[in-house]
Design a binder for this molecule. Structure first.
Ligand SMILES: Nc1ncnc2c1ncn2[C@@H]1O[C@H](COP(=O)(O)OP(=O)(O)OP(=O)(O)O)[C@@H](O)[C@H]1O
Length: 265
């Protein structure tokens, strides 16, 4: 597997305040990387730098060897990177299918026909388990449905790299589990590489391959979920509370993997 993204010395200053401070990490093709950290640690800023919503103050972001730092969001999208937003803002007067078809149309890196946009939208809706019926409106969707719609809009642009921003916010426990499984399925079925930003660590740790943990704009830990969940620096920034639930999730995952391994033998 090749390297999809290389981030080096990436820095973002707002006036005299450094929100992201010389961070660096690699992302392998097909990987799910969790970008975690407490509120205000620099996750969204990092995300916005990769997605083109903010220009870096210094450092570099390379997509398969090509510098993308400072490109516009549209240019970044056309290179195959799609993002979701923490707070979904769909066009409320349009149907679900129309919302996703618009994303497909404007996110495509070449002119596509109306029917192709609809086809891509239907595919994205199927992947996210939303109704493909062209008459269903956005109004009836709850928090979990709106998060799925966000995901469908990003997937309709046919990305190679998906940036998922706080996919769990406002969801109950069962919905969080489903959202985590959905990202895992999308990677498995479509081979899409994923960076998943979350301030809640819990359920994320069950599906990510590796984690990068931010605090005050700096990386304080990088590694496998079970490594970072037990890292004293990570436990400290999460004040032990979330870390406990993370350790439970990671323990559950290890048990599942062990059982799966045994079944495969
Ligand atoms: N446009 C801006 N101007 C000034 N400061 C900013 C700006 N955007 C973010 N910041 C500051 O940068 C720091 C990092 O913010 P960021 O939103 O990246 O954190 P986060 O880890 O995503 O937090 P959350 O989990 O709350 O979304 C915060 O102190 C924030 O107030």
């Amino acid at each position: 597997m090749g390297t999809m993204l290389e981030v080096r010395d990436l820095t973002k200053r707002f006036g005299g305040f450094t929100a992201v401070d010389r961070i660096g990490f690699d992302l392998a093709e097909g990987e799910i990387l969790g970008l975690i950290g407490p509120n205000g640690s620099g996750k969204s800023t990092t995300f916005n730098l990769i997605a083109g919503a903010l220009p870096p103050s210094a450092g570099s972001i390379k997509l398969e060897g090509r510098e993308i730092g400072g490109l516009s969001p549209t240019e970044v999208c056309h290179l195959g990177i799609a993002r979701t937003y923490q707070i979904p803002r769909p066009f409320r007067k349009l149907t679900i299918l129309e919302n996703v078809a618009l994303a497909a149309y404007f996110g495509a890196n070449r002119l596509i026909s109306r029917s192709e946009a609809w086809k891509r939208a239907e595919d994205a809706l199927t992947l996210t388990q939303l109704p493909t019926d062209p008459s269903v409106r956005v109004d009836g969707l709850g928090a979990a449905g709106l998060k799925k719609l966000e995901l469908a809009r990003a997937l309709a642009t046919q990305p190679r790299l998906l940036l998922a921003d706080e996919s769990l916010g406002g969801l109950d426990e069962q919905e969080m589990d489903q959202a985590a499984d959905m990202l895992s399925d999308i990677r498995r079925e479509r081979g899409i590489t994923i960076i998943w930003v979350e301030h809640i660590m819990g359920v994320l740790m069950r599906v990510v391959d590796r984690c990068v943990v931010l605090d005050h704009g700096e990386i304080i830990a990088t590694g496998l979920p079970q490594e970072v969940a037990h890292d004293p620096k990570v436990v400290e920034v999460y004040l032990g509370t979330d870390a406990e639930s993370v350790q439970t999730q990671v323990a559950g995952r290890s048990a599942g993997e062990a059982a799966g391994g045994a079944a495969a033998c």
